[in-house]
Design a protein around this ligand. Sequence first.
Ligand code: ADP
Ligand code: MG
Length: 254
Amino acid sequence: MNSPDNAYARSVRDERETALELDGVSRVFAGRAVLKDVSLNVRRGQFVSMLGASGAGKTTLLRILAGLDQADSGRVRVAGARSVVFQEPRLVPAKRVWENVVIGHDRLSAAKSSALAALDEVGLATHADGWPKTLSGGEAQRVALARALVREPKLLLLDEPFAALDALTRIRMYELVARLWRAHTPAVVLVTHDIDEAILLSDRIVVLSQGEISADVVVDFPRPRSRSDEASIALRTRLLAELGVTQDSPRKAA
Ligand SMILES: Nc1ncnc2c1ncn2[C@@H]1O[C@H](COP(=O)(O)OP(=O)(O)O)[C@@H](O)[C@H]1O
Ligand SMILES: [Mg+2]
Protein backbone atom coordinates (compact mmCIF):
# COMPACT_ATOMS: atom_id res chain seq x y z
CA MET A 1 0.00 0.00 0.00
CA ASN A 2 1.16 3.54 -0.62
CA SER A 3 2.04 5.62 2.41
CA PRO A 4 -0.46 8.40 3.07
CA ASP A 5 0.57 11.64 1.33
CA ASN A 6 -1.50 14.31 2.98
CA ALA A 7 -1.03 18.05 2.62
CA TYR A 8 0.95 18.31 5.86
CA ALA A 9 3.42 15.58 4.88
CA ARG A 10 3.77 17.18 1.47
CA SER A 11 4.48 20.61 2.90
CA VAL A 12 7.14 19.20 5.29
CA ARG A 13 8.78 17.40 2.40
CA ASP A 14 8.67 20.50 0.18
CA GLU A 15 10.26 22.52 2.96
CA ARG A 16 13.13 20.06 3.16
CA GLU A 17 13.71 20.01 -0.57
CA THR A 18 13.27 23.69 -1.39
CA ALA A 19 16.12 26.21 -1.31
CA LEU A 20 13.93 29.14 -2.24
CA GLU A 21 10.32 29.82 -2.95
CA LEU A 22 8.79 32.93 -4.47
CA ASP A 23 5.05 33.12 -4.58
CA GLY A 24 3.35 35.94 -6.51
CA VAL A 25 6.15 38.44 -5.91
CA SER A 26 5.68 41.98 -7.23
CA ARG A 27 7.86 45.05 -6.92
CA VAL A 28 6.79 48.53 -7.94
CA PHE A 29 9.11 51.51 -8.44
CA ALA A 30 7.51 54.94 -8.85
CA GLY A 31 4.19 53.43 -9.91
CA ARG A 32 5.79 51.05 -12.42
CA ALA A 33 5.66 47.30 -11.80
CA VAL A 34 9.20 45.99 -12.33
CA LEU A 35 8.35 42.48 -11.08
CA LYS A 36 4.87 41.19 -11.79
CA ASP A 37 3.54 38.23 -9.86
CA VAL A 38 6.73 36.18 -10.08
CA SER A 39 6.56 32.64 -8.70
CA LEU A 40 9.61 30.40 -8.61
CA ASN A 41 10.70 27.33 -6.69
CA VAL A 42 14.31 26.26 -6.62
CA ARG A 43 15.33 22.85 -5.29
CA ARG A 44 18.23 22.48 -2.87
CA GLY A 45 21.46 22.26 -4.77
CA GLN A 46 19.91 23.25 -8.10
CA PHE A 47 21.90 25.57 -10.41
CA VAL A 48 19.51 28.04 -12.02
CA SER A 49 20.48 30.77 -14.44
CA MET A 50 18.26 33.76 -14.99
CA LEU A 51 18.47 35.35 -18.42
CA GLY A 52 16.84 38.54 -19.52
CA ALA A 53 17.40 41.78 -21.37
CA SER A 54 18.77 44.77 -19.54
CA GLY A 55 16.05 46.31 -17.38
CA ALA A 56 14.00 43.09 -17.22
CA GLY A 57 14.12 43.09 -13.42
CA LYS A 58 16.88 40.51 -12.79
CA THR A 59 18.82 42.52 -10.23
CA THR A 60 15.61 43.61 -8.54
CA LEU A 61 14.65 39.95 -8.13
CA LEU A 62 18.11 38.98 -6.90
CA ARG A 63 18.15 41.78 -4.34
CA ILE A 64 14.84 40.54 -2.97
CA LEU A 65 16.25 36.99 -2.77
CA ALA A 66 19.31 38.38 -0.98
CA GLY A 67 17.15 40.21 1.57
CA LEU A 68 18.54 43.57 0.38
CA ASP A 69 15.13 44.71 -0.84
CA GLN A 70 11.54 43.77 -0.07
CA ALA A 71 8.71 42.69 -2.32
CA ASP A 72 5.63 44.92 -2.38
CA SER A 73 3.45 41.84 -2.44
CA GLY A 74 3.84 38.09 -2.48
CA ARG A 75 5.82 35.69 -0.38
CA VAL A 76 9.56 34.99 -0.29
CA ARG A 77 11.06 32.05 1.54
CA VAL A 78 14.75 31.19 1.58
CA ALA A 79 16.00 28.12 3.47
CA GLY A 80 19.26 28.71 5.31
CA ALA A 81 22.15 31.10 4.78
CA ARG A 82 22.52 33.03 1.54
CA SER A 83 25.43 34.90 0.00
CA VAL A 84 25.68 37.29 -2.93
CA VAL A 85 28.41 38.08 -5.43
CA PHE A 86 27.90 41.15 -7.60
CA GLN A 87 29.48 42.25 -10.85
CA GLU A 88 32.08 44.25 -8.88
CA PRO A 89 33.99 42.48 -6.10
CA ARG A 90 33.20 45.17 -3.50
CA LEU A 91 36.32 44.59 -1.38
CA VAL A 92 37.27 46.99 1.40
CA PRO A 93 40.59 48.55 0.29
CA ALA A 94 41.87 49.17 3.82
CA LYS A 95 41.51 45.52 4.82
CA ARG A 96 43.82 42.69 3.86
CA VAL A 97 42.55 40.03 1.48
CA TRP A 98 41.88 37.45 4.23
CA GLU A 99 40.10 40.07 6.37
CA ASN A 100 37.83 40.86 3.44
CA VAL A 101 36.88 37.18 3.23
CA VAL A 102 35.63 37.08 6.83
CA ILE A 103 34.45 40.67 7.06
CA GLY A 104 31.64 41.00 9.56
CA HIS A 105 32.62 37.86 11.46
CA ASP A 106 32.76 38.28 15.25
CA ARG A 107 35.94 36.52 16.22
CA LEU A 108 38.51 37.57 13.69
CA SER A 109 41.38 35.40 14.96
CA ALA A 110 39.29 32.22 14.79
CA ALA A 111 38.07 33.34 11.40
CA LYS A 112 41.51 33.55 9.82
CA SER A 113 41.73 29.78 9.33
CA SER A 114 38.34 29.72 7.56
CA ALA A 115 39.48 32.64 5.40
CA LEU A 116 42.65 30.79 4.44
CA ALA A 117 40.72 27.62 3.62
CA ALA A 118 38.29 29.55 1.40
CA LEU A 119 41.13 31.43 -0.32
CA ASP A 120 42.88 28.13 -0.94
CA GLU A 121 39.76 26.86 -2.69
CA VAL A 122 39.81 29.78 -5.11
CA GLY A 123 43.58 29.47 -5.61
CA LEU A 124 44.54 32.64 -3.73
CA ALA A 125 46.04 31.38 -0.46
CA THR A 126 49.32 33.12 -1.24
CA HIS A 127 47.52 36.49 -1.47
CA ALA A 128 45.91 36.22 1.99
CA ASP A 129 48.03 38.97 3.58
CA GLY A 130 48.04 41.21 0.51
CA TRP A 131 45.86 44.24 -0.16
CA PRO A 132 42.89 44.33 -2.57
CA LYS A 133 44.55 46.93 -4.81
CA THR A 134 47.27 44.40 -5.71
CA LEU A 135 44.74 41.98 -7.23
CA SER A 136 43.66 41.67 -10.86
CA GLY A 137 39.93 41.91 -11.65
CA GLY A 138 39.62 38.13 -11.84
CA GLU A 139 41.49 37.62 -8.58
CA ALA A 140 39.34 40.19 -6.79
CA GLN A 141 36.25 38.39 -8.02
CA ARG A 142 37.66 35.11 -6.71
CA VAL A 143 38.08 36.76 -3.30
CA ALA A 144 34.41 37.81 -3.51
CA LEU A 145 33.55 34.15 -4.20
CA ALA A 146 35.63 33.03 -1.21
CA ARG A 147 33.82 35.60 0.96
CA ALA A 148 30.49 34.23 -0.23
CA LEU A 149 31.49 30.61 0.40
CA VAL A 150 32.91 31.08 3.87
CA ARG A 151 29.34 31.62 5.07
CA GLU A 152 28.46 28.13 3.83
CA PRO A 153 25.36 29.36 2.02
CA LYS A 154 22.47 27.10 1.10
CA LEU A 155 21.73 29.68 -1.59
CA LEU A 156 24.43 31.41 -3.62
CA LEU A 157 23.25 34.46 -5.56
CA LEU A 158 25.43 35.67 -8.42
CA ASP A 159 24.55 38.90 -10.26
CA GLU A 160 26.53 38.96 -13.53
CA PRO A 161 29.72 38.04 -11.64
CA PHE A 162 31.76 37.49 -14.81
CA ALA A 163 30.52 40.44 -16.85
CA ALA A 164 33.52 42.69 -16.17
CA LEU A 165 36.15 40.00 -16.85
CA ASP A 166 38.10 39.31 -20.04
CA ALA A 167 37.11 36.24 -22.07
CA LEU A 168 39.88 33.95 -20.85
CA THR A 169 39.44 34.83 -17.19
CA ARG A 170 35.73 34.33 -17.62
CA ILE A 171 36.18 30.76 -18.86
CA ARG A 172 38.40 29.97 -15.86
CA MET A 173 35.74 31.46 -13.60
CA TYR A 174 33.07 29.17 -15.10
CA GLU A 175 35.24 26.20 -14.20
CA LEU A 176 35.85 27.52 -10.70
CA VAL A 177 32.18 28.23 -10.02
CA ALA A 178 31.20 24.78 -11.33
CA ARG A 179 33.81 23.15 -9.09
CA LEU A 180 32.78 25.12 -6.00
CA TRP A 181 29.13 24.33 -6.67
CA ARG A 182 29.88 20.59 -6.88
CA ALA A 183 31.98 20.72 -3.70
CA HIS A 184 29.59 22.78 -1.55
CA THR A 185 26.23 21.98 -3.22
CA PRO A 186 24.42 25.28 -2.58
CA ALA A 187 21.48 26.14 -4.78
CA VAL A 188 22.70 28.83 -7.19
CA VAL A 189 20.82 31.63 -8.92
CA LEU A 190 23.12 33.11 -11.55
CA VAL A 191 21.91 36.27 -13.25
CA THR A 192 23.45 36.71 -16.67
CA HIS A 193 22.66 37.95 -20.13
CA ASP A 194 25.10 35.46 -21.65
CA ILE A 195 23.17 32.51 -23.07
CA ASP A 196 26.25 30.29 -23.47
CA GLU A 197 27.29 30.87 -19.88
CA ALA A 198 23.82 29.80 -18.77
CA ILE A 199 23.87 26.67 -20.95
CA LEU A 200 27.35 25.60 -19.83
CA LEU A 201 26.62 25.89 -16.11
CA SER A 202 22.95 25.34 -15.35
CA ASP A 203 20.46 22.64 -14.44
CA ARG A 204 17.72 25.03 -15.39
CA ILE A 205 17.35 28.35 -17.19
CA VAL A 206 14.66 30.87 -16.41
CA VAL A 207 13.97 33.80 -18.73
CA LEU A 208 12.72 37.02 -17.19
CA SER A 209 10.97 39.35 -19.63
CA GLN A 210 9.60 42.69 -18.49
CA GLY A 211 9.24 41.48 -14.92
CA GLU A 212 7.63 38.14 -15.74
CA ILE A 213 9.02 34.63 -16.13
CA SER A 214 8.47 33.89 -19.81
CA ALA A 215 10.36 30.58 -20.03
CA ASP A 216 11.58 27.95 -17.62
CA VAL A 217 13.74 25.28 -19.24
CA VAL A 218 15.39 22.21 -17.73
CA VAL A 219 18.91 21.63 -19.06
CA ASP A 220 19.45 17.92 -18.65
CA PHE A 221 22.20 17.04 -21.09
CA PRO A 222 25.50 15.86 -19.59
CA ARG A 223 28.39 18.03 -18.38
CA PRO A 224 30.97 19.13 -19.24
CA ARG A 225 29.15 20.90 -22.06
CA SER A 226 30.52 22.66 -25.06
CA ARG A 227 29.05 25.49 -27.09
CA SER A 228 29.25 23.25 -30.15
CA ASP A 229 27.23 20.33 -28.68
CA GLU A 230 24.13 19.71 -30.75
CA ALA A 231 21.98 20.06 -27.64
CA SER A 232 23.67 23.38 -26.74
CA ILE A 233 23.03 24.75 -30.21
CA ALA A 234 19.37 23.73 -30.15
CA LEU A 235 18.86 25.24 -26.71
CA ARG A 236 20.66 28.46 -27.68
CA THR A 237 18.35 28.85 -30.67
CA ARG A 238 15.33 28.33 -28.47
CA LEU A 239 16.50 30.81 -25.83
CA LEU A 240 17.44 33.41 -28.46
CA ALA A 241 13.91 33.15 -29.79
CA GLU A 242 12.56 33.62 -26.26
CA LEU A 243 14.66 36.72 -25.75
CA GLY A 244 14.11 37.97 -29.30
CA VAL A 245 10.35 37.76 -29.02
CA THR A 246 10.61 39.85 -25.90
CA GLN A 247 12.75 42.50 -27.56
CA ASP A 248 10.43 42.74 -30.56
CA SER A 249 7.30 42.71 -28.48
CA PRO A 250 5.13 45.76 -29.07
CA ARG A 251 3.89 45.48 -25.47
CA LYS A 252 5.44 48.07 -23.20
CA ALA A 253 5.98 47.61 -19.47
CA ALA A 254 2.88 48.78 -17.63
N1 ADP B 1 15.61 51.56 -6.69
C1 ADP B 1 15.02 51.76 -7.86
N2 ADP B 1 14.21 52.83 -8.06
C2 ADP B 1 13.56 53.04 -9.24
N3 ADP B 1 13.65 52.23 -10.30
C3 ADP B 1 14.44 51.14 -10.18
C4 ADP B 1 15.16 50.84 -8.96
N4 ADP B 1 15.83 49.68 -9.15
C5 ADP B 1 15.59 49.29 -10.39
N5 ADP B 1 14.74 50.15 -11.02
C6 ADP B 1 14.21 50.00 -12.40
O1 ADP B 1 13.67 48.70 -12.51
C7 ADP B 1 13.92 48.17 -13.80
C8 ADP B 1 14.63 46.84 -13.67
O2 ADP B 1 15.92 47.06 -13.15
P1 ADP B 1 16.94 45.88 -12.84
O3 ADP B 1 16.27 44.91 -11.93
O4 ADP B 1 18.19 46.49 -12.38
O5 ADP B 1 17.11 45.21 -14.28
P2 ADP B 1 18.19 44.18 -14.83
O6 ADP B 1 19.05 43.74 -13.68
O7 ADP B 1 17.39 43.05 -15.42
O8 ADP B 1 18.95 44.90 -15.89
C9 ADP B 1 14.72 49.21 -14.55
O9 ADP B 1 13.86 49.93 -15.36
C10 ADP B 1 15.29 50.07 -13.44
O10 ADP B 1 15.49 51.38 -13.88
MG1 MG C 1 21.11 43.87 -13.35
